[in-house]
Design a binder for this molecule. Structure first.
Ligand code: PMT
Length: 220
């Protein structure tokens, strides 16, 4: 890859899970480790971009040369992303954002009692949807984590969220999705092109996604 094909570009990448607190001890979350998003941040940085990584809690080392904002909940990620949005050229939303949070956050540890415990959840904002509505010149890339009807749901997300590219992965597939070092993704363009990539490391996948963005956004 030419070292500078993204030089002068401001790229915002989100990564990792969010945590939605129930009380000071417990939270709801998901299996994202941040690997895919961190790989994208590192790949873009190595190609000359100014990268801002907004990440939920992960065990990964901070990528070198990248501005990092660490958040915990979906609401915090929402605020950090919306604040950065006006200054960026490209947004890649790899984070697995919780769609719901507990409606009540207990100030003290919830104690166990006899019988069932019912949790009431309320909707979190859809960050990517909001970015799509507020879009000016930004190139907007969403991910789609599905377990069935991969292409259909990804195309739906493209339309509903006003995206320029969707990267879909079947998280039920061996070698793809959460946790591992590889992914198997299908990219869907706004023009309706469907590009299926083979199983590759997350870093190789990141570079292939950047190649596609560069082509579609017409950089050099
Ligand atoms: O982190 P790893 O362990 O490496 O795993 C990688 C991954 C599986 C997390 C990644 O490849 C992936 O698929 N990320 C998207 C996960 C996801 O939440 O997908 P979704 O289909 O639920 O959401 C669609 C898009 O909307 C995503 O770009 C998401 O960031 C965004 N979204 C979702 C909900 C919400 N409230 N706000 C959002 O912005």
């Amino acid at each position: 890859h030419p070292k500078t094909d993204f030089s002068g570009k401001n790229i915002l990448v989100t990564a990792g899970p969010t945590r939605e607190a129930l009380d000071p001890i417990r939270f709801l979350s998901n299996h994202s480790t941040g690997k895919m998003g961190y790989a994208l941040a590192a790949a873009a940085q190595s190609r000359g971009a100014d990268v801002h990584l907004v990440t939920g809690p992960t065990c990964l080392a901070d990528p070198a040369g990248v501005k990092i904002t660490k958040v915990v909940s979906a609401l915090e990620m929402h605020d950090a992303v919306l604040k950065a949005y006006p200054q960026v050229d490209i947004v890649i939303k790899t984070a697995a954002v919780a769609d719901y949070r507990p409606k009540e956050q207990a100030a003290q540890k919830i104690k166990k009692k006899a019988g069932e415990l019912t949790l009431v959840l309320e909707r979190n904002p859809d960050i990517l949807w909001e970015l799509g509505q507020a879009k000016k010149n930004q190139f907007l890339v969403g991910f789609a984590a599905e377990t069935d009807n991969l292409i259909g749901y990804a195309q739906e997300k493209m339309r509903e969220k006003n995206l320029d590219l969707v990267v879909a992965n079947n998280v039920a597939e061996e070698g793809a999705g959460f946790g591992g070092t590889t992914n198997i993704v299908t990219m869907i363009t706004r023009a309706g092109q469907i590009i299926k990539l083979p199983q590759m490391t997350k870093l190789e996948t990141a570079h292939a996604i950047l190649d596609q963005i560069r082509m579609l956004a017409n950089y050099r």
